[in-house]
Design a binder for this molecule. Structure first.
Ligand SMILES: [Zn+2]
Length: 346
């Protein structure tokens, strides 16, 4: 017992010397002297204590001193270890609490993946039929195992074309579409994929919100009206807020939709604006841009596309409003990260 307690005390001394040395290396002359005195006093007291049988005053016997000494020795050694294991789990702590929005490079079309801090995934559009396999690959790359919410903004092929392929492969929670149809094979394929999966369509329209949790709110602010002449204006527009940060996903909403949203007096402000209709001239009007007042804008367009997207006038309006513009045709996939206080772009 005596040998064990001396051994334990020696380990304690060694630890003290080690931490003392680290301390000494970093401090000034006076502090160094004080530390040395303290160390000397400690060593003397340890030697004196070791000279008394029973391990010291107040202890009834050697048997009880062993666990106490063990605990004294192990506690300081164990503390930094357990702290380290807490800060280095498989998913780093700093990654928790972050929302990620990936504007996927799908050529001419739209596909946006939103990954919530708690692990839920929202997919807004999936590019063309041709881009479908690439979208599936992107989702796998971003470790998506389930799409909690799938939104088809409007039934044009460059938005819903790849959705049927995605729905076939990934488990899906809910599907949101605006109440408008299109007589195309792409749209029929989408409806068939939804049906074959045993899913139902939930209507996307102004006032409908996604039940997300995680401190994230997402509300559709378009379509506002019962009817639009242009299919683009039917676009399901989603405004998503996380803490003090906000995003606006506009699909291909044109000027009629913008007028409707402005007239509805819903909050439009957003830090990041997904520019409507690939930067077309007939969207992102001055009044709408003023109401959204974004710091950043993302344009999803294909390199050298036939439509002349994005249009020079739209780029000019964005520039005049002091908005920093990102483009998938130049920057590839663009990932925006929000920690709830601010957004970070590449
Ligand atoms: Zn489009």
């Amino acid at each position: 017992m005596m040998t064990l307690s001396i051994l334990a005390l020696l380990v304690a001394v060694l630890l003290t010397v080690n931490s003392g040395w680290n301390f000494i290396r970093r401090t000034g002359k006076k502090a160094r002297r004080q530390a040395l005195y303290a160390l000397l006093a400690f060593i003397i007291s340890v030697v004196a204590a070791a000279g008394h049988p029973g391990g010291g005053p107040g202890l009834p016997g050697g048997w009880q001193s062993q666990p106490r000494d063990k605990a004294t020795v192990q506690a300081p050694a164990g503390t930094p270890l357990s702290r380290e294991s807490q800060t280095n789990p498989s998913q780093p702590r700093e990654e928790a609490g972050k929302l990620r929005v990936h504007f996927l490079d799908v050529g001419q079309g739209d596909a946006i993946l939103v990954q919530l801090p708690g692990g839920k995934n929202i997919l807004i559009d999936a590019g063309t039929n041709e881009a479908g396999p690439a979208v599936v690959q992107y989702l796998k790359q971003y470790a998506v195992v389930k799409l909690d919410y799938v939104i088809g903004t409007h039934p044009h092929e460059d938005h819903i074309g790849g959705l049927d392929q995605v729905i076939k492969i990934f488990p899906v929670g809910k599907v949101y579409l605006p109440r408008v149809t299109n007589n195309t094979a792409s749209y029929r394929d989408l409806l068939l994929a939804i049906k074959n999966k045993g899913l139902k369509v939930t209507e996307a329209r102004a006032g409908v919100s996604l039940p997300l949790g995680d401190g994230v709110q997402a509300l559709f602010i378009n379509p506002v009206k019962e009817n639009y002449d242009d299919l683009n204006d039917w676009s399901a527009v989603l405004r998503l807020t996380y803490g003090q940060t906000s995003f606006l996903f506009t699909g291909d909403a044109g000027s009629a939709a913008e007028e409707g949203m402005l007239a509805s007096r819903q909050p439009l402000r957003a830090d990041v604006l997904k520019v409507a209709h690939h930067g077309s001239r007939t969207a992102t009007g001055t009044a709408f841009l003023k109401a959204v007042a974004p710091a950043y804008a993302v344009i999803s367009a294909g390199k050298g596309n036939d439509y002349g997207h994005p249009h020079a006038q739209t780029l000019q309006r964005l520039q005049q409003a002091g908005v920093k513009v990102y483009r998938t045709d130049r920057d590839g996939t663009i990932t925006v990260v929000s920690d709830g206080r601010e957004v970070t772009l590449p």
